[in-house]
Design a protein around this ligand. Structure first.
Ligand code: ACO
Length: 349
C-alpha cells in the first residue's frame, strides 16, 4: 500500500498588518496584556471586500499545486477545512473548485475548527492509501476578521485571531522512508459550548439552560437569527479561555506522544513539531512537558495570531521555506480546538 506524501505546500497571508496597538483604537486593551497572555504581536486581516476565505485559499493552493509539479486540472479531490466559510452553505470546497476552474471532482468541507486541517489531512491520507485518488488538495483557510466583536465586550477573543490560508497537495509515494506515517483523531463533545459560536444555529436552546440562546417569536418555527441574538452578541464566538487552556495543555502532549509511540519514536527523535498556533503559552507548555528544545518547535503566532484551520499549514510552510524542515526529517503536526477535537499527524518529510 503506498503512503501519501506532501508533494507541495503553500501559504497566503493578507497584506494588511494589524498590531496590538491598532486594536486599542476599538477596545480597551493594550500591547502588554496581549503579548504576555498570548504571545501575539500582530496579525493579518483580509481585505474587507476583495478577499474571502476562498480567495485566500486559492492563493495558497496555487503555490502548493505549482510546487507539487501539477496543475489545478490534475487535482482529483478537494478537502477544505474552515470555520469561517464564504457562505453558511454551500461549503468552500465547491467555491475553490469553481475559482480554480478544476474538473468536476469531489469537494469535501471539514468542520473541525482548530484541528480541521489535521482531520482534512487524515481523510485525504486514507483516500491516497486506498488508491482512490492520486492528487488531493488539502486546504485550511480562515477569514476571522469578518466575525469578531471589536468592542471591549469581545476583547478576550478578538485579539487572538487572524486571517490566512495554507494548502498542501498529497500524492502517493512508494518510498518507505517518506510520507505520512500515521494520523490520530479525537473528540470530546462534553464541553462543546465553552468555545463556540451559538447563533445562527438550529439548537433552539435544546442543549440545556446555558443562557446562550434568546429567541424571538416567529410565526411558525424558531428564528435562525434574530435582532435579540445580535444584541446579545451571540453571533460572535464565545470562549471560556481558562477551560480551553487547561484541556489543551493535557490533550496536546497526549496526542503528540500517541503519534510518536505508534511509530516507535520518542520526543527526542522529533526534528520538528508544528503545533496549532492557539496561544504561545500553550505551545511553550507543550514544549516543556515533552522536554523539546526551541529548535524542535515552530511558532509564528507572534506574527499571524491564531488562524485556526490555517495555522498548521501556514506554520509548516513557513518552517519549510526557512529551511527548518529538510528531507528525511521526522515532523509532527498537532492541533486542539473547539469541540473539543484534537489530532496529530506524524510524517517523514
Ligand atoms: N485586553 C485587556 N484585558 C483583557 C483582555 C484584553 N484583550 N481580555 C480580557 N481582559 C481582562 C478580563 O476582562 C479580566 O479582567 P478582570 O480581572 O478585571 O475581570 C482579565 O483580563 C483576565 O481575564 P481572563 O479571561 O481571566 O484572562 P486569562 O488570564 O484567562 O487570559 C486568555 C485569557 C489569553 C484567552 C487565556 O485564558 C488563554 O490563554 N486561554 C487559552 C485559550 C486559547 O488560547 N484560545 C485560543 C483559541 S482556541 C484554540 O485555538 C485551541
Amino acid at each position: 500500500m503506498p503512503r501519501s506524501k506532501i508533494a507541495g505546500i503553500g501559504k497566503y497571508v493578507p497584506e494588511r498588518v494589524v498590531t496590538n496597538q491598532d486594536l486599542t483604537q476599538y477596545m480597551d486593551t493594550d500591547d502588554q496584556w496581549i503579548l504576555e497572555r498570548t504571545g501575539i504581536k500582530e496579525r493579518r486581516y483580509a481585505h474587507r471586500t476583495e478577499e474571502t476565505t476562498t480567495t485566500m485559499a486559492v492563493e495558497a493552493a496555487k503555490i502548493a499545486i505549482e510546487r507539487a509539479g501539477t496543475t489545478a486540472q490534475e487535482i482529483d479531490f478537494i478537502v477544505f477545512a474552515t470555520l469561517s466559510p464564504d457562505y453558511y452553505f454551500p461549503g468552500c470546497g465547491v467555491m475553490l473548485q469553481r475559482a480554480m476552474k478544476m474538473k468536476e471532482v469531489g469537494a469535501l468541507d471539514v468542520r473541525n475548527q482548530c484541528s480541521g486541517f489535521l482531520y482534512a489531512i487524515s481523510v485525504a491520507d486514507q483516500f491516497i492509501k486506498s488508491g482512490m485518488y492520486k492528487n488531493i488538495l488539502v486546504v485550511g483557510s480562515e477569514k476571522h476578521s469578518f466575525g469578531l466583536d471589536f468592542s471591549t465586550r469581545g476583547r478576550n477573543i478578538s485579539v487572538i485571531f487572524g486571517d490566512g490560508a495554507g494548502a498542501v497537495v498529497l500524492q502517493p509515494t512508494e518510498k518507505t522512508d517518506q510520507g505520512i506515517l500515521s494520523t490520530h483523531l479525537h473528540s470530546d463533545g462534553e464541553s462543546a459550548e465553552i468555545l463556540a459560536m451559538y447563533n445562527p444555529g438550529t439548537h433552539a436552546n435544546h442543549w440545556g439552560e446555558k443562557n446562550y440562546a434568546d429567541f424571538d417569536e416567529a410565526p411558525i418555527a424558531q428564528m435562525f437569527m434574530s435582532h435579540k441574538m445580535i444584541d446579545k452578541a451571540q453571533n460572535f464566538p464565545f470562549m471560556d479561555g481558562q477551560s480551553v487552556f487547561k484541556k489543551a495543555v493535557v490533550k496536546f502532549p497526549e496526542v503528540i506522544m500517541e503519534a510518536l509511540l505508534a511509530n516507535g519514536y520518542q520526543s527526542t527523535d522529533l526534528n520538528m513539531l508544528i503545533p496549532h498556533q492557539a496561544n504561545l503559552r500553550i505551545s511553550q507548555f507543550v514544549q516543556q512537558k515533552l522536554k523539546l528544545t526551541e529548535d524542535q518547535v515552530y511558532n509564528n503566532i507572534q506574527q499571524y495570531g491564531n488562524t485556526t484551520a490555517a495555522s498548521v499549514p501556514i506554520a509548516l510552510c513557513e518552517a519549510w521555506e526557512k529551511g527548518k524542515i529538510k528531507e528525511g526529517d521526522l515532523v509532527c503536526l498537532a492541533a486542539f480546538g473547539s469541540g473539543f477535537t484534537w489530532a496529530s499527524a506524524l510524517l517523514k518529510w
